[in-house]
Design a protein around this ligand. Sequence first.
Ligand SMILES: *[C@@H]1O[C@H](CO)[C@@H](O)[C@H](O)[C@H]1NC(C)=O
Length: 493
Amino acid sequence: MKLSRQAGSALLLASTAIATDPLTADRLEADIKTDELQRVLWNLNHIADRNGGNRAFGEPGYKASVDFVVERAQGRFHPEMNTFIQPFNHTYDKTLEIKVTGPDGEDVFVISPQYNPATPLPGGITASLINTPVNDEAGSMCAESDWDGIDATGKLALVKRGVCAVSDKLKFARAKGALGVILYNQAPGINYATPTLGAENIGQLVPVGIVPLEAAEAWIARLGAGEDVVVSLLVDAIADTRETWNVISETKEGDPNSVIMLGAHLDSVQQGPGVNDDGSGTAALLELMGAVKNYKGFKNKIRFAWWGAEESGLVGSLYYTSQLSPAEADKIKYYFNYDMIGSIEPIYAVGSDENSGVGPQLLEEYLVAQGKTVERGGFEDGNSDYVGFVELGIPTAMLFTGAGEPWDPCYHQACDTLDNINWDALTVNTKAAARALARFANDLSGVPARATTSPNLRGRAKITQEFRRWKRVAEEGASHGKMCSHKEKKVVV
Ligand SMILES: *[C@@H]1O[C@H](CO)[C@@H](O)[C@H](O)[C@H]1NC(C)=O
C-alpha cells in the first residue's frame, strides 16, 4: 500500500508543472480547467446562499467573497504571490420595503432602484396620478422641456421607463412639484432589471416605484376617461457610508517596473449571487493566478485585481486608478478587464481602442481558432472597470459575452446562479486570457507606451473627479429584453 501511494504521488508530480518551467501560452492554456472554474463558482454561489442571496457591496456576502479570494492568494499561493487589501468607503443603500397600492386597493408588483429615497413613513404617499408624455426614441421625460406646462404639485407622476436615465426623470418630477414617480416598464411582464439612481443624486430625487407596463396601461386608460386615479407609494430605505475593499495580488516573479494587470469585479448586485456578473471574471482570474504561480523566469510582473463596489459605479477600480501616481501608472504596461465572460448565450465581444496594441488581436485569434465569431467593440459605454485605466492612457483590452436578453436573461437578477453559466464560453475565454497573459508576461512587443494624448485620456485629476461623482447613469436602450449591443452592456435605465 505504501509503495502504491508513493507511485501515485510521483505520477501526480509528473503531471504538474515544475516551478522552473518557463511560462508559455500553450502551458498556461492547458492549465485552465473547466472543473476548477466550476469549483470557484460553486463557492461564490454558496457564499451568496449563506449570506442573504448576494455578494453585494456593504453586505456580508461581499466580505465573505473577499475572504475567499484572500485565502487563495495569501494562503495557498503565498509563496509565489504578494497580496494586499485596499480599503475605501462608499455610500451604501438598501430598500428595506417598497409597496404600491393601486386605485382599487390592490397590491401592485413593484421593484425599487438602487439609491431610491424613502417616502414619509409609516404611511407613504397617497396621491392622484398625473400622466406624462411618452417618447420612446429620446426617452420619456428626461429633458427639462418635456415637463413644460406640467404641474405635478402634490401628485404622483406616471412616467415611462427606458432610453434615458431614471434619475433625470425623478429630478424634473421633483422640480415640477411631484411627491413621487410611478415609473412603468417599457416591455410587458415582471421580469425586469433593477436600475441605479446613482449615489451622486442623493437628496435631489423623489421616491419611485417601478411597476409593470400592464398596470400602467390600465391606469392610463382610466385617466384618459377623466377618472381621478389615486395610488399609494411606500419606500423604506437606508443609506450610510460603509468600508469596502479591493483585493490586489501580484506575482513575486517579474519586473516590478513592468506590470501586466488583470481585473474582475468581486461584488454582485443586491438582487442576486452574481455568478456570471462577475463570478465568471473572478473565477478566471483565480484560475490564472493558480496557473502562473507554477512558473518562473517570466519577465513582467503579473498583478490581479478583484474590484469592490463595481455595481455601485466602478467605485473600487476608480479608487485604485485615482491613487496611482504617474510613475506608478507608467509601470502598468497593460490592463485586461474580464467582466461577464460566461453568459449562457454568449457573444464573443473583444473591446479595445486605438491604444490597445496587439492585446485584442491575441484574444481574438484564439477565440476564432476555437470556432467562435468575434465582435469588436470600443470602450464608449464606460460601464466596467477598464474606465480608470483607459483614462490614464494605459493600453487596455476586454472580453465580454453579453448582458440581458438573449445573452444573459438573468442579468442583475436572483437567477444569476450556477445554472446561468455557459461553461464552454467561460473556459474558452479564460484560455484566451491565459494565452494573451503568457505572451505579455514574456514579451511586450506590439504594446504601445502609455498614452499621454488620446481622445479617451483624462488623467488622474479627472478620474478622481469621476470617483467622487460616482457612476453616471448613462443612456441605454432598456431594461430586460432591449439591450441591443454589447456597448450598452452594464447600464440599466
Ligand atoms: C472610511 O471611513 C471611516 C469612518 O469615517 C474612516 O475611519 C476610514 O479612515 C475611512 N477609510 C478610508 C479608506 O477612507
